[in-house]
Design a protein around this ligand. Structure first.
Ligand SMILES: *Cc1c(COP(=O)(O)O)cnc(C)c1O
Length: 428
């Protein structure tokens, strides 16, 4: 700093060199709210979208951008957006497609929070979600009306672990030119590349296996970049946006890495509703992604061994794991999942809800927590916790039996996992 400034000024300005490059091996955390404009023309070009660049971290930040590029490349998508949570990613996806009076068709075996958003919150804005029994893909087609604007599924349903025949649903979506949205949190791009099977938009909770250590909340949306938004029924893409001098999102972005859906999500929901990811959390997910493949491999191995063990235990009524040959999901899941069937195992215990609670209290190594995808093994009883806000009928329809215990199998040594399950079951 060449000029001599007073103390108060130095407090603000000394050591601050925006041009400083440090050859950091790990991604730098860009802990800044805003970015310097080179001059007024540069600022105007950014604001009028003539140029793409950083303005303010609610909209874009280099650490976030690095995460977005990594996620887009891992999913085989054209662009991605990182957000403050998986929940925000789901919400922004829907409102980036639908306005009042329009509809989404969704599978009914969704994550509890998503179900509640669709069932009770979107209705406040006049957006209707019709739930269908996903076990027969034709049910999606039957529910389509002139107001339908998209189809929403989870690759592996939570918590019943039914695997979705993505290609079958994609065929229906394509026939009616509707975007297919897949929440692929339970598979991660390591186990399943949903876009290869016809997904137009992939949603993730990064908080689970991608972060992988239960240390941060985040979400992401990946745009495959191949959907035809020029269809006039998508008003948000074809009518001029007055906030941006009459831009029409389906028509005015030609570059491959700026597909209409992702561009609109950044410029409208993210910019004006503000569920941005912090650079610190973006960094945590970048680090998580580095070890995703080896962690997933171990999660899958351990979960498979756990499922086989529980299957033989006399105190267990039933076990669901999509990798068990006799599981109802296996015929479909085995067509898609070539590297493993995920880290989740669910089962019903003899003695119902009471025995389930006892089992959870007996566990020593497993943690009782409302999370999945941690490196550590977790257990929970969904009917009394994560899905308690649903009615008994909704729970039953979503496959959440009262006796269901959900395990998120960690990457500990399998012998220790087995030992803990064994002692917890013996004491019932
Ligand atoms: C956890 C989860 C979400 C919500 O994500 P958050 O990051 O917790 O907001 C959405 N979908 C699925 C399948 C999830 O497991």
């Amino acid at each position: 700093m060449s000029e001599k400034y007073r103390f108060e000024t130095l407090c603000l300005h000394s050591g601050n060199d925006p041009n400083l490059f440090i050859n950091s091996m790990a991604p730098p955390i860009h802990r800044t709210s805003a970015f310097l404009f080179k001059d007024t023309k540069h600022a105007a070009d950014l604001f009028t979208l003539k140029k793409s660049g950083n303005i303010y971290s609610r909209i874009m930040n280099p650490t976030q951008q690095m995460l977005e590029e990594r996620l887009a490349s891992l999913e085989g998508g054209a662009a991605s957006l990182a957000l403050s949570s998986g929940t925000a990613a789901v919400y922004y996806t829907i409102i980036n497609i639908c306005s009042t009076g329009e509809e989404i068709i969704a599978a009914k075996n969704l994550y509890g929070g998503t179900y509640t958003m669709f069932d009770s919150i979107l209705t406040q804005f006049g957006i209707t979600v019709k739930f269908v029994d996903q076990s027969n893909p034709n049910n999606f087609e039957k529910a389509i009306t002139s107001q339908t604007r998209g189809i929403y599924i989870e690759a592996i349903g939570n918590p019943s672990l039914d695997f979705m025949d993505i290609e079958a649903v994609s065929g229906i979506a394509q026939k009616y030119n509707l975007p297919l949205i897949v929440d692929a949190t339970f598979t991660t791009p390591y186990l399943l590349k949903s876009i290869e099977y016809g997904a137009d938009i992939v949603v993730h909770s990064l908080s689970k296996w991608i972060g992988g250590h239960g240390t941060a909340i985040g979400g992401a949306v990946i745009d495959a970049g191949k959907f035809n938004w020029k269809d006039p029924k998508f008003k948000l893409y074809n009518e001029p946006d007055v906030c941006y001098h009459g831009i029409r999102y389906a028509h005015d972005f030609k570059e491959q890495n700026r597909p209409a859906f992702a561009v609109r999500m950044r410029l409208v929901p993210l910019r004006n509703l503000g569920a941005s990811i912090s650079p610190d959390n973006a960094w945590i997910f970048l680090q998580g992604l580095e070890t995703l493949p080896i962690r997933m491999e171990r999660h899958c191995q351990n979960a498979f061994e756990t499922a086989k063990y529980l299957k033989t235990h006399p105190n267990i009524k039933w076990v669901r794991y999509p990798g068990l040959k006799e599981d109802q999901s296996y015929p479909v899941a085995s067509r898609y999942l070539k590297k493993g069937f995920g880290g989740m195992v669910v089962f019903g215990i003899k003695g119902g809800e009471k025995a389930g609670a006892q089992f959870i209290d007996n566990l020593k190594l497993f943690s009782h927590a409302a999370n999945v995808g941690d490196a550590k093994s977790l257990a929970i009883h969904p009917a009394s916790t994560t899905h308690v806000q649903l009615s008994a009928k909704q729970r039953e329809e979503g496959g959440v039996n009262d006796d269901l215990v959900r395990l998120s199998i960690g990457i500990e040594h399998i012998d220790d996992i087995m030992k803990d399950l064994k002692q917890a079951l013996e004491k019932i």
